[in-house]
Design a protein around this ligand. Structure first.
Ligand code: CUK
Ligand code: CA
Length: 615
């Protein structure tokens, strides 16, 4: 790759880190109370923040956690860290019937395994607008949209021409019209028989930065690059999106992917992308417009060299900086976003956008912000959360190696348990970052909980970050395995969330019970009203196709009815006014009880009816 020599990195001697490692021992937790109170800033009024949420009280934040290879999203109350709800997304989930009903199957299209990593909300002017959540599926290259009013998936988009859909970020300004998603894995494009010559030639494998229309949930275009596209971010001005790449080498083995001392932060210029689209400068593959973003062939992209196999990229809440985590380098790279215009115009070199390269620790992965000029970075190998001051890091950079030696930017180092991946502070991915709570999503819990066998939970540690020091307050186990989360002030979400759906949004909502036969297809339309199903029995002949459509007519908040058909592997739940349907073959003769699974009434157990399959 081109200008290796012009790039100067801090290849610091690992021994120098001993000083910082010393800081880590016991820091944060052991801090004297008085000192903490003296340092605590406005909002906390000199009091320690309590994570207790007493009976009858509500959490201050909606935490939206990705679920990793569980394929779901969880709603965690912060600061109590109680798991309040799960939203099935790319998985099959019997608690609600996701992956069982016709409605969910239509979205899943036969793929009920997934891998969710990055969940983000839709924005207006740099703050969540309470409309949607978006989440990636790394396994099957999908992006799902969740409507916040019902907390249910309403769209799933399969993104063509990519593999390993990973970093995902919505447009933050002026509002979320676009969502970007990255392909972590490079593949031939197209990846099919028409291009089979490329299968054995990794030089012909490409990464993609995909732009999705957030309302239509359709691909706007893809920008093809040689590199892989890992984590994603968008700026606060609606001008740029970016991705980190750790495989500029086009390697297919670990050693190949680690061959270069640097990789890239790739920046995508949205104005130029729009112009290139309007000018028809694309090819169409699998129905998607692909623009050329490759180095030397494109003015759509800018490559800022960063050391080495970087991981997370996060934007400071003031919109000024992108912080790239080094992963294999013990540093972060701070990029000043206001310099990007000049870099794209060729007035400065891409590397001139870098304003600091501070030492952080071994294995920095992700960075979050307290809204008061500090960044907090997760450090995987050291198992720490490192709080550092951005302005001080930039200042020290100007002073050269000598000024940087004492690491003046480091404010505090907190040991965590153990091996942290993502890290997130409340509201930190918005311009209203409030610096109250920090969650460290630790990959390994080891000995922190009672032994539950070989597969242990993750350990999400909650810390109070209102003071200068990070004060660890609570451990919370989470089921396998969230990668990332956001924590949103309650009042930005709660007013948007409904207790019941609009019944007739579902075109098949049932108001009259009926059984209709057309040939060998029996359609059953039925209401549910605790403790009664609208019908007492349903008959079919062995071999019939049966469609069962049920609407819950109970308007009482939280009164759900379940519909389960014994021996038929059918099980789904209807919230107030919800309609769901299933279609199956009546392939077993006999009498089968259809019963309510979700305790609804004193006569819940009697809420059942017969399904009689005659021979
Ligand atoms: S990645 Cu998992 S710890 Cu998929 Cu956001 Cu960094
Ligand atoms: Ca690399």
């Amino acid at each position: 790759m081109s200008d290796k020599k012009s790039i100067k990195f801090n290849r610091r001697n690992f021994l120098k880190f001993a000083g910082v490692a010393g800081l880590a021992t016991g820091a944060g937790v052991m801090l004297p109370k008085d000192a903490l109170m003296a340092r605590s800033e406005k909002g906390s009024k000199g009091k320690k923040m309590s994570f207790d949420v007493h009976p009858g009280q509500l959490d201050d934040y909606y935490g939206f956690w990705s679920g990793g290879h569980s394929g779901e999203i969880r709603i965690i109350g912060v600061p109590s860290m109680r798991e309040i709800h799960r939203i099935p997304v790319f998985n099959k989930e019997c608690g609600s019937g996701w992956g069982i009903t016709n409605e969910s199957k239509k979205l899943l299209r036969g793929k009920d395994a997934g891998d969710t990593h990055h969940v983000h909300g839709s924005y207006k002017d740099g703050v969540y607008d309470g409309k949607y959540l978006f989440v990636n599926d790394k396994l099957n290259n999908r992006v799902a949209r969740i409507r916040i009013d019902y907390m249910e998936v309403d769209r799933i988009l399969e993104v063509p021409n990519i593999q390993g859909a990973h970093g995902l970020f919505p447009q933050r300004y002026p509002k979320t019209d676009w969502v970007v998603v990255n392909s972590e894995f490079q593949t031939p494009v197209p990846n099919n028989a028409s291009n089979s010559a490329a299968f054995n030639n990794p030089q012909e494998y490409y990464g993609m930065h995909t732009i999705i229309d957030a309302e239509r949930m359709a691909v706007v275009c893809q920008i093809q690059v040689d590199e892989n596209c890992d984590l994603a971010a968008t700026d606060y001005k609606g001008k740029y999106s970016m991705c980190t790449s750790y495989n500029i080498e086009k390697g297919v083995t670990i050693s190949e992917m680690l061959a270069s001392d640097f990789d890239y932060l790739i920046v995508f210029n949205w104005e130029r992308i729009r112009k290139a689209m309007a000018a028809g400068k694309y090819k169409t593959i699998n129905g998607v417009k692909i623009l050329d973003g490759r180095m030397g062939k494109s003015d759509l992209t800018l490559r800022i060299p960063v050391p080495k196999n970087p991981h997370g990229v996060n934007i400071s809440p003031d919109g000024k900086y992108a912080v790239c985590c080094g992963k294999v380098s013990p540093t972060t790279t701070v990029v000043e976003l206001d310099r990007l215009d000049d870099a794209f115009a060729g007035k400065i070199k891409p590397e001139d956008c870098i304003v600091a390269n501070p030492f952080i620790g071994l294995g920095p992965l992700h960075t979050t912000f307290d809204g008061r000029g500090n960044a907090i970075t997760s450090v995987f190998i050291d198992s720490t959360n490192v709080k550092w001051n951005i302005a001080k890091a930039i200042e020290a950079e100007k002073g050269g190696e000598e000024a940087k030696k004492s690491n003046p930017h480091i404010v505090d180092v907190l040991d965590v348990h153990y091996q942290v991946g993502h890290i997130m502070a409340t509201m930190a991915e918005t311009k209203e970052a409030d610096g109250k709570w920090l969650v460290s999503l630790n990959k390994i819990s080891k000995d922190r909980y009672i032994n539950v066998g070989p597969l242990k939970p993750e350990n999400d540690q909650l810390s109070d970050i209102t003071g200068e020091k990070i004060r660890h307050v609570h451990d919370s186990p989470t089921y396998i395995e969230p990668h990332d989360c956001i924590m949103v002030r309650r009042e930005l979400i709660e007013p948007h969330v409904k207790h019941r759906v609009e019944m007739f949004e579902h075109p098949l909502a049932v108001t009259k019970n009926s059984v209709e036969r057309k040939g060998n297809h029996v359609t059953v339309r039925m209401t549910a009203n605790a403790p009664l199903f609208g019908l007492q029995e349903v008959r079919a002949k062995k071999g019939d196709k049966v469609t069962l459509i049920v609407t819950n007519h109970d308007e009482i908040v939280d009164l759900s009815n379940g519909v389960a058909i014994s021996n038929y592997n059918i099980n789904f739940v209807l919230g107030p006014f919800q309609t769901k349907s299933v279609t199956f073959k009546a392939d077993k003769e006999g009498v089968f009880w259809i019963y309510c699974t979700n305790f609804c009434h004193a006569l819940h157990l009697e809420m059942r009816m017969r399904f009689i399959v005659e021979v």
